[in-house]
Design a protein. Structure first.
Length: 205
């Protein structure tokens, strides 16, 4: 099954780049049909344009109400016939009405082994700092469905990453990010082939 993907990203877009590469090399059949960012200067928008993918800067501050923002968001998804929404470093909560309409069709990737180190404020370097502060020897990456609560939806896939002696949040982030780039396409492929059993975690050592 080939899926039309919409990737939401706020930052550099490295996960977006990995998904595009996976499409081009045949690792996944699906293709990114639309990229949306709340940040007009994000690397994700630049990556989309370089790959001739429709790219849109869409932020709440551009609209007089949340209702108008959601309406435009859904209009774009309909226009590009989006099957699956992919959150890739998107720093905004998805509106509940969008979650409801795309139930079990929105994925997020988190740089830790949920349910540990999840929730509001647990993003980016903050996650890796918390892992190091805890003394944990294992961290990892989680791909999960998005629901109405931060980092709460059913887990699809997880992979372990070792915390090395002397790691800083920055060195740990680099290794975790490399794992993200491999795991996200794998999760998308699971959806393509109907191999996802929502709620049952597949953990890769």
């Amino acid at each position: 099954m080939k899926l039309n993907l919409c990737v939401l990203a706020s930052g550099r877009g490295s996960d977006l780049r990995a998904i595009i590469k996976a499409s081009k090399t045949g690792i996944i059949r699906s293709w990114v049909r639309l990229v949306i960012s709340n940040n007009s200067k994000s690397g994700a928008l630049k990556i989309a344009k370089l790959n001739k993918i429709p790219a849109c800067h869409l932020s709440h501050i551009m609209f007089s109400s949340n209702e108008l923002f959601v309406k435009e968001f859904l209009r774009l998804l309909k226009k590009y016939k989006i099957d699956l929404i992919i959150l890739a470093g998107y720093m905004k909560m998805i509106d509940p009405s969008i979650v409801k309409k795309f139930r079990n069709r929105i994925l997020n990737i988190h740089p830790a082994l949920l349910p540990k180190y999840g929730g509001k404020g647990m993003y980016g370097i903050h996650v890796h700092q918390a892992v190091i502060n805890s003394g944990d020897k294992i961290t990892g990456v989680t791909v999960h469905y998005v629901d109405e609560i931060y980092d709460h939806g059913a887990i699809i896939l997880q992979k372990h990453v070792k915390v090395k002696e002397g790691d800083t949040p920055e060195t740990l982030r680099k290794r975790v990010l490399r794992t993200e780039h491999k795991l996200y396409p794998e999760a998308i492929k699971m959806l393509e082939t109907n191999k996802i059993n929502a709620g049952k975690r597949k953990v890769k050592k």
